[in-house]
Design a protein around this ligand. Structure first.
Ligand SMILES: *[C@@H]1O[C@H](CO)[C@@H](O)[C@H](O)[C@H]1NC(C)=O
Ligand SMILES: [Mg+2]
Length: 396
């Protein structure tokens, strides 16, 4: 075989904490004797409020096989490449062990929203029961915040929205009073742009994309200017797919495959995220193939028609972990849509799905071709059957 699988988790393998029955069935086909996988499988999720290790343990329990942390790509995993921020004071927004996550990614000077609230207690006024009567005084010992990282949706959104706005409007120093908001503002890096996601509920839930939408709208309303992102990572960003490709390649080498992987199948439930991202990466791969196998994938998505033009800086493959991810053997990335999550077949085709409006992120322009899946199947088990058939691969 010369293919690998990139599997989304929510809406494909689980809904909330509940496993989707087809997932175990799929892994009975994918696993050989002793529960060892027969083909490279990389779990690519936009979840981010946890560590890779925790997600791997959860998947191992659900799927009945042993999943290693390196097989799990979370929305923030590619931030390891942004070394220029690793020694800066970065404000981290999200929930779960955000400071630990930041540290694991290489950020040595993470600052939590809670630390800000404690240092400047008069800033958080939304909860009347918690309002403090402390007068506002400068706190010059508190380090200037040099960048903001949005990992995932926080718990009390109003606090994060207020404090992130305060940081952006004061150039990172809450002790100073500025009469005009600095622009461009300090760098903002964001993971996981998903507007909606599928949990146990019958209708989709708010995702981090909605939190980002709130922050973007607030910033625009208050300053009249556009909130800018230094980086957007997680699906559908191509950075995430490059990473996934390199992981799949390493897994195939460990399996002792002599043929390099040429095709990736990206299986997901969200047309705006999984299908858009896979198709966008497929375009980049075609470009790479056209330029010869040694050519580097252009780091800026702006190079591709119909993709982001507003991400000021993505990553520099010349420096850091990015470099090893760009000289791959993969020539295509095929999108496979399943019907166990956000997408339901009653939304007929791209046109039907678009009636409600474009759900992708502001900085990724809409292109109907990019949300058209190469294949649509019932569930993950049917997706595995389809891939085996297309690849003429029979494990038995
Ligand atoms: C924001 O702070 C940085 C670092 O202190 C400084 O270089 C920059 O000039 C400041 N920008 C504004 C608009 O004050
Ligand atoms: Mg999903």
């Amino acid at each position: 075989p010369s293919f690998g699988l990139l599997l989304d988790i929510d809406g494909v393998l689980v809904r909330g904490r509940t496993p989707i029955p087809a997932a175990r069935e799929a892994f009975r086909k994918l696993a050989g004797p002793g529960g060892r996988l027969r083909v490279p499988v990389v779990f690519v999720t936009n979840a981010g409020n946890c560590l890779q290790k925790a997600k791997a343990e959860q998947l191992s329990r659900i799927l009945g096989i042993s999943v290693s942390p390196k097989q799990v790509l979370l929305s923030h995993t590619p931030l390891q490449m942004f070394q220029q921020f690793h020694d800066k004071h970065v404000l981290v927004s999200g929930q779960g062990p955000v400071l630990e996550i930041a540290k694991n990614l290489g950020f040595r000077k993470g600052v939590s929203i809670d630390a800000l609230r404690e240092a400047f207690p008069w800033l958080d006024r939304s909860d009347r029961n918690r309002r403090t009567t402390i007068a506002s005084t400068p706190n010059p010992d508190f380090p200037r915040v040099e960048a903001v990282i949005l990992f995932g949706e926080p718990i009390k959104w109003e606090i994060n929205l207020q404090l992130i706005m305060d940081i952006l409007l004061t150039n990172g120093s809450l002790s100073t009073v500025s009469h005009t908001a600095p622009y461009p503002h300090i760098p903002v890096l964001a993971c996981n742009m998903d507007l909606l996601w599928a949990a146990e509920a019958l209708t989709p839930r708010f995702g981090h994309g909605i939190f980002m939408l709130c922050l973007e709208s607030l910033y625009k309303k208050v300053t009249g200017k556009k909130l800018k992102y230094e980086a957007l990572v997680g699906k559908p960003s191509h950075i995430t797919y490059q990473y996934a490709e390199s992981v799949a390649r390493k897994l195939s080498e460990e399996m002792g495959w002599t043929n390099p992987i040429t095709t990736l199948y990206a299986i997901g439930d969200n047309p705006m995220t999984d299908i858009y991202g896979a198709n966008l990466y497929n375009r980049l791969l075609k470009e790479r193939t056209r330029k010869g196998s040694k050519a580097r994938v252009q780091p800026k998505v702006a190079a591709v028609r119909g993709a982001s033009t507003d991400v000021t800086q993505v990553c520099d493959p010349e420096n850091g972990a990015g470099s090893e991810t760009v000289q791959g053997s993969v020539t295509s990335c095929k999108s496979v849509l399943v019907c166990t999550g956000v997408y339901t077949p009653s939304q007929n085709g791209a046109a039907g799905r678009m009636e409600a409006g474009f759900h992708g992120h502001r900085d990724f322009t809409f292109d109907p071709e990019l949300i058209e899946p190469a294949h649509v199947v019932e569930d993950i088990s049917a997706a595995v059957d389809l891939v085996f058939e297309l690849e003429k691969y029979s494990p038995l």
